[in-house]
Design a protein around this ligand. Structure first.
Ligand SMILES: NC(=O)C1=CN([C@@H]2O[C@H](COP(=O)(O)OP(=O)(O)OC[C@H]3O[C@@H](n4cnc5c(N)ncnc54)[C@H](OP(=O)(O)O)[C@@H]3O)[C@@H](O)[C@H]2O)C=CC1
Ligand SMILES: O=C1OC[C@@H](O)[C@H](O)[C@H]1O
Length: 392
């Protein structure tokens, strides 16, 4: 059967939208996908139409045959375009709530970058709105769709390392914020919901949730208790530059009720052997089971190597590596998932469902509350529409 074509509309022209666009326009057959084809039919920039035109030249033209792509100088025009099936939102986290509301209001399905919103209350309103309007809506946590993540979840579900007792996950980047990010950069600018927790800590939490929450049957999944939080403010802006979280996941096992411990850490300044686009030598995620341990090597948002060690000394250590077919960066897998869900008429993705996105946002809310981490009122607000600053 011929693959079905999904028509994407890109909201924003920054770094991640460029990466996502290039990835989905790689021939899906190179990764064994023959039911879907992606095309980009519109790109919108809040700064200028010119920026959207440049984007199309660099990222779209020559990669999708005769399919035309329209440039817009506003997000409003994008969500009104009837040639767009799904909108991909790649603005800073501060803007996601407003941008998602705009797309939903115009009946557009959405794939929205992480962190989904600034707080859980905003996320809940978006899910309710998507449900009411019968629209597909998914948080773009690309890591979930990596073959490695899928395999690790399956290993846990199959009991390969026995019951999971504890998970440690770290997402640190070894960057001196004063050197790496100027004051307006989205990583440290509180007006853009900057800081380590929402930008990077979410990956440390992704590994907690996909191992200790998602591996359970739906009716047994329980959000963790946040037992402790430590936050270090970035000296110039007060955004968090390091956040450490201690979590307790309630787990019910055949032997009765017990808990599993989660230790999730994130920091700009702390160096971890976690080189971007290279595979690190020491594991950044350690999943400790009764019978063995699964170790995932960084960068944990783009994992390509894991190892299993066993309690039984007779068992060999097993080491596995994954490649990036068609030279994709790894975002095409989540693009395939979103497109497929939309085509099948689903409202949410099984691997990153609304309840789980919400539980993660609630966990981050509680971490922030305990750590005294706040954001400006306009980006925490659930009011809509509010005119937030455009780029520059
Ligand atoms: N999954 C992943 O691996 C990654 C995800 N991300 C996520 O993607 C989002 C964007 O990050 P990234 O692409 O790196 O950011 P960039 O700064 O590179 O791009 C953000 C874009 O958003 C638009 N925008 C609208 N309003 C503003 C504003 N007030 N300030 C700045 N930009 C604005 C701009 O596009 P325009 O002017 O065209 O409207 C801008 O180019 C974040 O939520 C981040 O967490 C980021 C990196 C990796
Ligand atoms: O999501 C992300 O993953 C990669 C990081 O480099 C980036 O800062 C972050 O937004």
């Amino acid at each position: 059967m011929a693959p079905k074509t999904v028509r994407w509309g890109m909201m924003a022209t920054g770094g991640i939208v460029q990466t996502f666009t290039k990835d989905i326009l790689v021939d899906p057959e190179t990764r064994g996908v023959d039911d879907i084809k992606h095309v980009v039919t519109a790109v919108a920039s809040s700064s200028s139409k010119d920026s959207a035109e440049k984007f199309i030249k660099n990222c779209v033209e020559g990669k999708q045959g005769d399919t035309q792509c329209t440039a817009y100088g506003s997000y409003m025009e994008l969500v009104q375009d009837s040639n767009v099936d799904i909108v991909y939102i790649g603005t800073p986290h501060s803007h996601h709530y407003q941008n998602c509301r705009l797309a939903l209001e115009h009946d557009k399905p959405i794939l929205c970058e992480k962190a989904l919103t600034v707080n859980a209350e905003q996320a809940k309103i978006l899910f309710d709105e998507a449900k009411k309007r019968n629209l597909f809506f998914m948080e773009a946590v690309w890591t979930r769709y990596f073959p490695l993540s899928i395999e690790v979840r399956r290993l846990i579900q199959d009991g390969k390392i026995g019951e999971v007792i504890r998970v440690q996950s770290d997402m640190s980047i070894g960057a001196i914020p004063e050197e790496a990010f100027d004051l307006s950069h989205r990583m440290v600018n509180k007006d853009l919901a900057g800081g380590a927790l929402l930008d990077l800590g979410i990956y440390a939490l992704t590994w907690q949730f996909q191992t200790l929450y998602h591996t359970l049957p739906k009716e047994k999944r329980k959000a963790p208790r946040v037992v402790g939080t430590v936050v270090t403010p970035e000296p110039r802006t007060g955004a968090d530059e390091a956040t450490s979280m201690l979590l307790e996941f309630p787990v019910s096992t055949p032997s009765g009720k017990r808990n599993a411990h989660g230790i999730a850490t994130t920091a700009f300044r702390a160096h971890f052997d976690n080189e971007v686009d290279q595979v690190s030598a020491t594991p950044a995620v350690r999943i400790f089971g009764e019978e063995g341990e699964i170790q995932v090597f960084g960068p944990i948002y783009r994992p390509s190597r894991y190892r299993i060690t066993f309690r039984d000394p007779e068992e060999r250590i097993q080491d596995f590596s994954f490649d990036f077919p068609g030279d994709i960066h790894g975002m095409a897998w989540e693009g395939d998932e979103a497109a497929r869900c939309w085509m099948e008429g689903k409202l949410e993705s099984e691997s990153m469902g609304w309840e789980e996105s919400l539980a993660i946002m609630q966990t981050m809310d509680e971490v922030r509350k305990q750590g005294g981490l706040t954001y400006p009122g306009n980006i925490e607000s659930t009011e809509y529409p509010i005119d937030l600053a455009a780029r520059g």
